[in-house]
Design a protein around this ligand. Structure first.
Ligand code: NAP
Length: 533
């Protein structure tokens, strides 16, 4: 079992009582062990006494760490200060379970080397702390990573080998998984920073010796999840070798709600799966390399991905290049937002944005006294990106005639040109049988009326370039017969929806689309719809 260890920084010797309270809290919340991070207080006169007390009164088995500043810690004193504390703790009646000592210290100090070797000789004695021999690189992936790990494994004084580095991208986690699987002794291999979450959460899947958590906002390394997140949101206790792994791939990705939504559904439906954010630089090569490596990673069971901006077209290309199955929804939109990786290794791509929009726009249009069907309706789509493509595909398939309006007219024209022109008989258009998709320029738009207006731009989106903006030209009429949909879902009441409401129009927020498309992704991956509630 992978231990869940709460790292507790103790910055001053007189803060020991408070630190012990934190440890009791960690125990009550379900941690297995605490790590006393006493680097900052190690030079104080009372350091030995305070450290002894922390270990003696620790409510959980503990690790004591005095991390040197050369490896990201706060200790900048003399090696003799650390040796004084380590020796006192090792000889105490109730010693800590582990001492974390850097490989570099063992290499550079003869006394430290002798101390660590003496611990090794006493290994097996109940009253002797075991050594976690560690190596950290906060700058990034260390050169010679596997050689460094082999050095930790080969050192007889290391009971546990620990290697930690700052992940440059989520792909670095895959190397941590490889190291844990290839371990020659109990191993901690983890990635720090915003891209390293996967290595921390999935440690039990790969037999990692332990993973660290923070109790409050003060972690001891960048990227540490809180104990609450690890135990409750990631349900780390039920992660095992059969856990299926999913990702949401996009750039930027930290704002994505997909991990929270899908992980809650996995829990509620008792599906042993976890979905992680995967940040992928906004170019085809990065997408291709990342997806390829995740799919190929031994033992990961990478079972599928949600794909978001700007990679939906890249996902379609990937499936085309590897002869995957591309479903009709994705063909129609010219984009894939969901990849399913079957047990046989086969890949399938679909577009649940299109399917969700057909569902939610159809239902919202039909709803109420003024309800009508999409067939024959006049729709205006604002934008020409991924969401707009999905909206046009959904509306055209439902028989609406669609006008696309976009800041960059040629992007709108490119979508319109991918649809067949409606057949004309004399001057009468058969728009119902052959819905029309045309691009329009805002400069030429008169006082027009539409039955449905769908904002698929990023205008009005919190965190975007124009959060206060409203993309609908003033001349477009708004009244109670019009349905206004905004794909933007943060905030719920976008400037466009507020304006539509005050003009008496019916409105539909992006949340409806988000939930419907996510539910269809969940079904594609698990075979069942997410539980309600
Ligand atoms: P995208 O592919 O990047 O497209 C963005 C579109 O917005 C482009 O047409 C762009 O015009 C336009 N745009 C950007 N800034 C603009 C500005 N200042 N003024 C006018 N137009 C501007 O993005 P996307 O994936 O389609 O997403 C669009 C929005 O839909 C986002 O807010 C996203 O969160 C939301 N969305 C919601 C869901 C859901 O489930 N509710 C699903 C997908 C997307 P140019 O062509 O001129 O660059």
């Amino acid at each position: 079992m992978t231990l869940v260890v709460v790292a507790i920084p103790v910055v001053r010797a007189d803060a020991a009582s408070r630190a012990l309270e934190h440890a009791a809290e960690a125990k009550a919340l379900g941690a297995d062990m605490v790590e006393w991070r006493i680097d900052a207080m190690a030079e104080a006169e009372e350091a030995v006494q305070a450290a002894m007390r922390l270990v003696r009164e620790s409510p959980l088995p503990c690790i004591v760490t005095i991390r040197d500043e050369s490896e990201g810690g706060a200790f900048s004193g003399d090696e003799a200060d650390r040796l004084r504390i380590w020796s006192a703790l090792a000889d105490a009646q109730a010693p800590p379970a582990y001492l974390d000592i850097e490989l570099s210290a063992v290499r550079e100090s003869q006394q430290t080397k002798e101390f660590v070797a003496s611990r090794h000789r006493r290994e097996g004695h109940e009253d002797s702390p075991r050594v976690i021999l560690s190596f950290h690189d906060f700058r990034g992936r260390p050169p010679g990573l596997s050689g460094k790990t082999a050095e930790l494994w080969a050192d007889p004084s290391a009971a546990i080998a620990k290697i930690a580095w700052t992940a440059r991208t989520e792909r670095d986690n895959l190397e941590a998984f490889e190291l844990m699987q290839a371990r020659a002794k109990p191993t901690i291999a983890l990635c720090m920073g915003e891209h390293g979450l996967m290595s921390r959460v999935l440690a039990p899947k790969f037999g990692g010796f332990l993973t660290y958590a923070r109790l409050d906002e003060h972690g001891t390394a960048p990227g540490q999840p809180s104990l609450h997140e690890l135990l409750n949101e990631w349900s780390i206790r039920s992660i095992d070798s059969s856990t299926r792994v999913f990702g949401v791939m996009g750039y930027p990705i930290s704002h994505s709600r997909s991990p929270a939504v899908h992980n809650a559904w996995f829990r509620a439906a008792k599906v042993n799966g976890r979905l992680f954010p995967i940040s992928v630089a906004p170019i085809w090569e990065a997408f291709k390399a990342t997806l390829g490596e995740f799919l190929a990673c031994k033992g990961l069971d990478f079972s599928g991905a949600a794909v978001t901006a700007p990679h939906k077209v890249h996902a379609l290309r990937y499936l085309e290049e590897c002869a995957g199955t591309i479903e009709e929804s994705a063909r129609r939109a010219g984009a894939v937002n969901t990849i399913v990786h079957g047990a046989s290794g086969a890949l399938r791509g679909l577009n649940t944005d299109v399917l969700a929009l057909e569902e939610v726009l159809g239902a919202a249009m039909a709803h109420g006294r003024r309800g009508r069907e999409l067939k024959g309706a006049r729709a205006l789509v604002l934008g020409a990106g991924g969401a707009a493509r999905a909206a046009v595909a959904a509306l055209a398939a439902a028989g609406a005639s669609v006008t696309i309006l976009n800041r960059t007219p040629r992007h709108a024209a490119a979508i319109a040109n991918s649809y067949e022109r409606p057949k004309r008989k004399g001057s009468s258009r058969s728009a119902h049988a052959h819905p029309e998709v045309v691009a329009h320029s805002s400069a030429h738009m008169g006082a027009e009326r539409f039955d449905l207006i769908a904002n698929c731009t990023t205008v009005g989106m919190q965190g975007g370039a124009t959060p206060e903006g409203d993309p609908l030209p003033e001349r477009v009429e708004l009244d109670e017969s019009v349905l206004v949909f905004d794909a933007v879902y943060t905030p719920k009441d976008t400037p466009l929806l507020k304006r539509a409401m005050s003009a008496g129009a019916r409105t539909l927020g992006g949340e409806s689309m988000f939930e419907a498309q996510a539910a269809l992704q969940f079904k594609a991956w698990t075979g069942k719809l997410p539980p309600r509630g």
